[in-house]
Design a binder for this molecule. Structure first.
Ligand SMILES: [Zn+2]
Length: 285
């Protein structure tokens, strides 16, 4: 009984955080504040009431349309809220009612925000990375106090990982630039990898870049190009994924954060096991 209550609590908190994440995703790329003003319909200016602001549910109650003018509301809102709610629930189920569950859940939420803004706008807002690095470093020291480390890096590894992550992605970007003869990576990827390195330490920071390079072609060929190949964004737009056309994806810097973010979560949760089995498989251990 108490487990069910705690699980529902984790889900509801996650849904609310997801709702706030939607605000960050919507406003930070335009340099707007996420605190004020209250959300309005971008078309008719209708102010979103408290009843219309319930995570996940409101979108369905409104049937995906603004109550003022009937303009479509992107499916991104309920989808992001649901994903974050499930993520927080999964963190509770894996780590119990603990500080570690909150650490993992917040880290995953920040990574999701980064992946989505990078996919939509080709940029990683400083809001995510600055909050991320402060959060990760503060929680490292709270972790020392509580005696809780794993799966996050210990303090010294966190500092080292920050530099290794940022350094390794800079070198990767430079090599990419030489190979592709165009800018391959933005500074947002460097700050993102500083955050990731602080969270997972140097070894798993390198693993993150490797995993991202593996999943990039799968995501590009499997999801992004099919969704954007018609040269219009209609289909993606209806799914609430206002991706730019594939021409734009080919022309601009590759939004590598889209792949680094999930790779970082994989490295945090499974990285040590992956490195261990690789070493065993290759006979190095
Ligand atoms: Zn409206």
């Amino acid at each position: 009984m108490i487990e069910t209550l705690q699980a529902s609590y984790a889900f509801i908190v996650g849904a609310c955080i997801g709702s706030f994440l939607n605000v960050c995703i919507g406003r930070w790329p335009d340099g707007l504040s996420v605190v004020a003003p209250r959300s309005r319909c971008p078309k008719c200016g209708h102010r979103i009431t408290a009843k219309e602001n319930i995570p996940i549910l409101s979108w369905f109650l409104l049937r995906g349309r603004c109550s003022g003018c009937g303009e479509r509301i992107s499916m991104q809102y309920p989808i992001v809220e649901l994903i974050v709610a499930l993520g927080w629930l999964a963190a509770y189920l894996s780590f119990g009612m603990s500080f570690m569950a909150v650490r993992v859940a917040v880290f995953g939420t920040v990574l999701l925000g980064i992946a989505l803004t990078d996919a939509k706008h080709f940029l990683i807002p400083d809001g995510f990375t600055v909050f991320g690095v402060i959060w990760v470093l503060i929680t490292v020291f709270v972790g020392v106090y509580l005696g809780e480390y794993y799966p996050f890096a210990r303090p010294w590894d966190a500092i080292l990982g920050m530099f290794v992550g940022a350094g390794a992605i800079s070198v990767t970007g430079w090599l990419g630039e030489v190979a592709l003869k165009r800018p391959a990576m933005g500074f947002g990827d460097v700050t993102l990898m500083a955050v990731v390195g602080a969270a997972v330490g140097p070894q798993r920071a390198l693993l993150t870049i490797f995993v991202a390079a593996l999943i990039a072609p799968i995501v590009l060929l499997g999801i992004v190009y099919p969704l954007t190949s018609r040269g219009t964004t209609d289909e993606a737009g209806q799914l609430g994924l206002p991706l730019e056309s594939s021409a734009s994806w080919k022309r601009r810097e590759l939004p590598f954060g889209v792949f680094l973010a999930p790779a970082a979560l994989i490295s945090l949760l499974y990285g040590d096991r992956m490195i261990e089995s690789y070493l065993r498989f290759s006979g190095l251990r």
